[in-house]
Design a protein around this ligand. Sequence first.
Ligand code: PAN
Ligand code: ZN
Length: 192
Amino acid sequence: MAVSVPLFPNITFDPQTGAILGAGVVENERRMGQLAPIFRDRAAARALPPDRLVYRFHCWFPVAENTPGGLFWGSTRIEPGMAGDEYFMTRGHFHARRHCGEFYFTVAGSGALVLMDEDRNTRYEPMSPQSIHYVPGGVAHRVANTGTEPLIFLACWPSEAGHDYESIEARGFSARMRQVDGRPTLVGEEPR
Ligand code: PAN
Ligand code: ZN
């Protein structure tokens, strides 16, 4: 039986802006107004302009969500900035299908990939241009921009992965990237 092979011409990545360009690419942005609750110092976060851009990401979905064996491709650009002593960062998530992993590849800037397993053990990997990171299944992931330039990275994940943001909204990560003595430091959460 003949299998029709879809073609995806002219999908490109602009390393200067961090955008993926091409038909069907979806762009999302997260501004401080909606992100303030993820930061430890919410008062400091709310004191920033609500329209302040924190990050923008582009996703290319060459197949439908949940297609077995398919892959998605994305790029994320996190602006430099801080809310209190905490670096601008992504919301973070587990994959809804916990066994699904993901690759990250850093293009520009410097940051920290914060990884937390289901037992809430948290560690991080420093991100710098050309560093490659593997997020294992069952591990929540969030990226903080610890530098003074935009942090741009690429990602590839299974089309079956899905995103569980709710678990992170409910309990957060057990540690945060904060500036301590001028340096990015993973600091464990004390109970509030
Ligand atoms: C990434 C993230 C992207 C934005 O493509 O979705 O960096 O972060 P949040 O989704 O946490 O807002 C990825 O990990 N996809 O699975
Ligand atoms: Zn992910």
